[in-house]
Design a binder for this molecule. Sequence first.
Ligand code: GTP
Ligand code: MG
Length: 223
Amino acid sequence: MMNNQDEFTVDAAYIEALKRAKPFVELMMYNRCAIREIETKLQVLDEEFSVRADRNPIQTIKSRVKKPASIVEKLQRRGYDVSVENMQEHLTDIAGVRVICSFVEDIYKLSELLLSQDDIKVVEIKDYIKNPKPNGYRSLHLILEIPIFLSHEKKHMKVEVQFRTIAMDFWASLEHQLKYKKKIENPERIATELKYCADVITEVDMRMQDIRYMIDEVQKTHT
Ligand code: GTP
Ligand code: MG
């Protein structure tokens, strides 16, 4: 049976847990704000492009904040204690923005424009398009630092931005799904098949871009 003393203990523990959760809740809010800032910058560039060049370089933007379970898993995997300070200091992908483009050329143009903005600091660039992973994974990864303006302070937040073509995104989603399926009977066969598809996709991305150049040329000579 619960007496007053027990009720008090339960309440105190609950309040204590909430207090400890507050810095975490705030950190996630800062990350969502940082995502908004990056998304807006990308949308502005896409909008400008659509007026000047009559086409949209961005197909879709998919953003997410990392799930608490993945945050804990990554900190532990890297040998850090689970704390809000360690999340802030050691994880650069709590805020993630994935930019899906039609053409490889657009990926480099957009990333260059984003990187040249004077409120953005570049933390890291990994070009898995020029240097694909051995499994065939291709994408351009940027870790950026961006300020967010709160009522009483300015915070610098890190955001991981991944640029891919539609085909690279299709490939990565399939590869990601298979990675998490246990009891796959012939993983080597699937890995070989995926690598083959990655090579075909690279070729198709190049050819599609060439077609676009040809269309652009025709348009130039007729206007
Ligand atoms: P983590 O993989 O996040 O621990 O860090 P890292 O330093 O190895 O970063 P990297 O830039 O290599 O990858 C970060 C993210 O890119 C991953 O979380 C995935 O979203 C994506 N990614 C990287 N490699 C692959 C891959 O081989 N397949 C797929 N499907 N996605 C990948
Ligand atoms: Mg990795």
